[in-house]
Design a protein around this ligand. Structure first.
Ligand code: FUB
Length: 475
């Protein structure tokens, strides 16, 4: 169940800025990093970087899904200043160009499952016959054990509801990954410390037979040094799929720190052959978690690290890299970068863009909008949003934004290529009488031709200035 909207959230509570817990989180991060991490944090330059792809909150455990020409990205949400995997909800994001990501909020949380107590950990969603099934691990309140729940929705962005009202399967283990084979048979794999699978029925909410434990052999899953309890590298976070008749099991290897490794098989249930490391231990989170897709002719590798300010093992962030499989289907080594994946195509500034479609930002937050969807809020003087690669063509003449303000408003400066780049327009925003009382403001634009990164820079007095729901240029 989604929490209800508070009618006046801003006047009642302080800004829930993800950097608010910076000190505590930084202490934990430093401690964990010193103990566990073997590689440098790829500290992003905020004006240049596109990784991590989400900056408004901490995110973890990416599970991308390609549907109808968009990538839908399902993630967990690490609470600010966490000192454990304190996770209460899952989040959805989407993009059609791999760099500008739209925030769809949280259409699934622990309360969606009446029988669940806590731990909204790593899951994966899949589409079948126009319905979207999201498999997630949670603690079953009745048993205190980790179980796998399944939620269903009619849209990739939800809302999701508990599909069956009880755990789909429960054996105390986590991290479900789901794949529908070309013959229509669906498989659910999961597990830590073991690796299990069941064959899902066509309804995607029940299964045939009993959970089967994969034999974790060193031939199949590599050799972990000096660990009699866990002789193979398999740790958790499986990501199961098929490409060109070869089945892949990508997984978090060894603990801790984890790295991402993979095995392949000629069939969906083995025999598995260990193929080595994809992503070495990097990035100041002692866990990592992979999701792999092909999208618009290229391959992408999603993962998480601790690269945001205050980031670390319990305050993680999702990032993505583009890669190319070797000719024989093996993976190249993939390293974490701050640049991230290149943009696929350009963004059209002449159609309505949601304000919560963001490549990078400074200072803002998102929240649920009263009319549905999300809006950008908690805007203070100097905050900004970057939208990458907007194709203006021969030139824009006008900028329009849908805004709301319970105070005196401020201004939206429209700048090109950096937060202090050429200012091509400035829109004045006045009070509208409420943070969810929406009104349109327009201003002339000149000098916006060709393709540029657009920076919406917000200025005004002290305190929160206004909210932005959407924007659009016109010729
Ligand atoms: O996010 C909580 C847990 O951390 C996930 O279930 C694991 O895969 C690890 O990333």
């Amino acid at each position: 169940m989604t929490p209800p909207l508070s009618p006046h959230p801003k006047t009642l509570r302080p800004k829930p800025r993800h950097l608010r817990g910076r000190l505590a989180a930084a202490l934990v991060a430093a401690f964990v990093a010193a103990l566990l991490s073997t590689a440098a944090d790829p500290s992003p330059d905020p004006a240049q970087a596109d990784n991590p792809i989400i900056q408004t909150i901490y995110t973890a455990d990416p599970a991308p899904l390609v549907y109808n020409g968009r990538v839908y990205l399902y993630t967990g949400h690490d609470e600010d200043a966490s000192t454990w995997f304190t996770m209460k909800e899952w989040r959805v994001w989407s993009s059609d160009d791999m760099v500008n990501w739209t925030d769809h909020g949280s259409p699934l949380n622990i309360d969606t499952f009446s029988w669940a107590r806590q731990d909204a950990w790593a899951g994966q969603a899949v589409e079948r016959n126009g319905k979207f099934y999201w498999y997630v691990p949670v603690v079953n309140d009745a048993t205190g054990r980790m179980a796998i729940g399944v939620a269903v929705a009619d849209s990739p962005t939800g809302p999701f509801r508990d599909a069956i009202g009880h755990p789909l399967v429960e054996n105390g283990e986590i991290d479900p990954t789901v794949f529908i084979d070309t013959d229509g048979q669906a498989y659910l794999y999961w597990g830590n410390p073991n690796l299990w699978y069941v064959k899902l029925n066509a309804d995607m909410t029940s299964y045939s037979g009993s959970p089967t434990k994969i034999q974790l052999t060193t031939q199949g899953f590599g050799s972990r040094p000096n660990n009699a309890q866990r002789p193979t590298l398999y740790e958790e976070g499986p990501w199961f799929y098929k490409r060109n008749s070869l089945y892949y099991m990508v997984f978090a290897a060894q603990c801790c720190s984890e790295f991402i490794a993979y095995s392949t098989s000629p069939g969906p249930t083995g025999p598995w052959t260990y193929r080595g490391t994809i992503m070495p231990t990097q990035g100041s989170s002692f866990t990592n978690h992979a999701g792999v897709i092909d999208f618009k002719g290229s391959s992408y590798f999603f993962y998480h690290n601790g690269a945001l300010p205050g980031g670390g093992g319990f305050t993680r962030s999702v990032a993505v890299e583009k890669f190319t499989y070797n000719a024989d289907g093996t993976f190249p080594q993939i390293n974490m970068t701050t640049a991230g994946a290149p943009q696929v195509g350009t963004l059209n500034p002449y159609v309505r863009q949601e304000a919560e479609t963001i490549a990078w930002e400074s200072g803002i937050e998102t929240e649920r909008a009263s009319g549905g969807g999300m809006n950008v809020g908690w805007i203070e003087n100097g905050d900004w949003i970057k939208v990458k690669g907007a194709a203006f063509g021969t030139g824009a003449r006008q900028f329009t934004a849908r805004v709301a303000s319970a105070t005196a408003g401020g201004s939206i400066e429209v700048r090109l290529d950096s937060p202090t780049g050429t200012r091509v327009g400035t829109c004045a925003v006045t009070g509208t009488g409420g943070w969810q009382t929406w009104s349109s403001v327009s201003c002339p634009v000149s000098g916006a031709t060709g393709t540029h990164d657009v920076y919406l820079r917000f200025t005004g007095g002290s305190g929160y200035l206004f909210n932005v729901d959407s924007w659009q240029f016109a010729v």
